[in-house]
Design a protein around this ligand. Structure first.
Ligand code: EPZ
Length: 415
């Protein structure tokens, strides 16, 4: 297991280029299965989760080429429709490949993606959606087998605006017969990115970004080139890194609209924010003010920013209240923060945070991707040295995090 060693107390100053979005890349890579042709993707971050997804496509028979900033996927020779169990276990979001495999081959076999450290993360809404499309879904001893003669468009109402379920239904219905409507669809920007890429391939999808998405099935999809949107969670993470170190930073290649909920809260904390076309500047105050956070589906405050923002609040003046409304177990990182001197009380969905002046460096262990990122930010502010262990979680979702932080003055190295 690798670790980060961080020497705290350095003010972050300078410019960072934000990478492409992990959570847009995964369904967009899956979509390359549908066109039975060549797909060229730009701005895909080179992180563990995209590497695993491409690995799975290779095992299914796709040809994968990587040039400097471009990934080329040729799905013409793809034959297999079963995702290997060990790779499925390594990354639960590979469940979104199922929708694409079924969309093209009318069958798929995956193992149950299993929960992870932030909650049970069931896929009942995905499977309910598949069944509404006329797909037979059999669940037996940890495996899920899907098959059908043809996919028939239908109206699907999601009990919860699930991002993954929305993406899976879009992928499974792009080549269906007839029209599919998703009611109570997720409105995250990654859904819009997937719609744009599929339409570039020749799909007929409208409504992404709203809670009603319409997919008119087409006969086939064609070759496509597409550039993935910037990663809004990486951008939010760096803004919080600037905030927690009394820093003055500029982020390039961001879509400012996507990070509005985070910018709004950072301004409430007392940060000065300047918005430029594809960039954003942050200047932090000497002392941050406390604010209250409630995570909600987009365009509410993103759950993926909960742990990172809570860390900023551990050294803000006063008491802050955080409510996590999306995942049932997304506070594990707080135990590690308490070992650094943070004053946090967690009760169910709510965390009460009393600001302290300074955290203390010590050995801490990542429990999940965004929880790990939170510990890195704590280390940037803490007195002395912090060792963050199990950074494999962090490497899943952040491209060159240590190098980017070092470029703006952090003392951090990976061992
Ligand atoms: C996506 O996960 C993201 N992952 C998550 O980011 C993000 O936190 C989440 O959306 C919410 O924005 C990817 O895009 C790869 P959901 P997903 O389905 O699709 C419940 C990160 O750190 N639910 O919107 O799994 C579920 O248990 C990751 O980058 C069901 O009950 O999220 C959860 O409580 C973490 N049944 C809630 O909905 C289902 O069938 C939101 O889940 C599906 C979901």
């Amino acid at each position: 297991m690798s670790s980060y060693i961080i020497e705290g107390g350095k003010r972050l100053e300078g410019e960072v280029n934000i990478s492409g979005s992990k959570n847009a890349s995964l369904p967009i890579i899956a979509a390359s299965i549908l066109n039975n042709n060549v797909t060229k993707l730009y701005n895909v971050p080179n992180i563990h989760d995209t590497q695993i997804t491409l690995e799975i496509l290779k095992i299914l028979g796709c040809k994968i080429g990587k040039k400097s900033d471009k990934i080329v996927i040729d799905s013409r020779n793809m034959k297999k429709t079963e995702i290997p169990e060990d790779l499925m276990r390594q990354m639960r979001s590979s469940v979104v490949l199922a929708g694409a495999i079924i969309g093209r081959f009318k069958e798929a076999k995956i193992s149950y993606p299993g929960g992870c450290d932030i909650g049970a993360r069931p896929i009942d809404l995905h499977l309910k959606g598949f069944r509404k499309l006329g797909i037979e879904v059999e669940e037996e001893s940890g495996f899920i087998k899907c098959k059908c003669e043809k996919i028939i468009g239908n109206t699907i109402h999601l009990d919860f605006p699930s991002v993954g379920a929305t993406e899976n239904i879009m992928l499974a219905s792009a080549l269906a017969e007839g029209e599919t409507i998703i009611n109570n669809a997720a409105m995250e920007p990654e859904i819009e990115d997937l719609q744009n890429m599929l339409n570039r391939m020749g799909a007929k999808i409208t409504g992404a970004g709203t809670n009603i998405i319409k997919i008119v099935g087409v006969k086939s999809l064609k070759e496509v080139s597409y550039t993935v949107m910037p990663d809004r969670i990486e951008a939010g993470t760096f803004l919080c890194a600037g905030a927690i170190t009394e820093g003055k930073i500029k982020l390039n290649n961001v879509n400012v609209e996507h990070i509005a909920p985070v910018i709004n809260k950072l301004e409430e904390c007392g940060c000065k924010i300047e918005i430029l076309k594809n960039s954003v500047k942050l200047e932090a105050p000497k002392k941050l003010k406390n604010v209250d956070i409630k995570t909600m589906p987009y365009p509410g405050f993103p759950t993926d920013m909960q742990s990172v923002f809570a860390t900023v609040l551990t050294v803000s003046k006063g008491t802050s209240i955080v409510v996590e409304n999306i995942f049932e177990n997304r506070y594990k990182y707080t135990n590690e923060l308490k070992r650094m001197g943070a004053k946090i009380t967690v009760e169910g969905k709510t965390a009460v945070i009393k600001g302290v002046k300074r955290l203390n460096g010590t050995k801490v262990t990542s429990t999940d991707l965004r929880g790990g990122a939170a510990l890195v930010l704590a280390g940037l502010q803490a007195k002395g040295k912090t060792t963050v262990n199990n950074i494999e979680y962090i490497l899943r979702g952040y491209e060159n995090l240590d190098k980017k932080l070092s470029m703006i003055g952090a003392k951090i190295k990976q061992i």
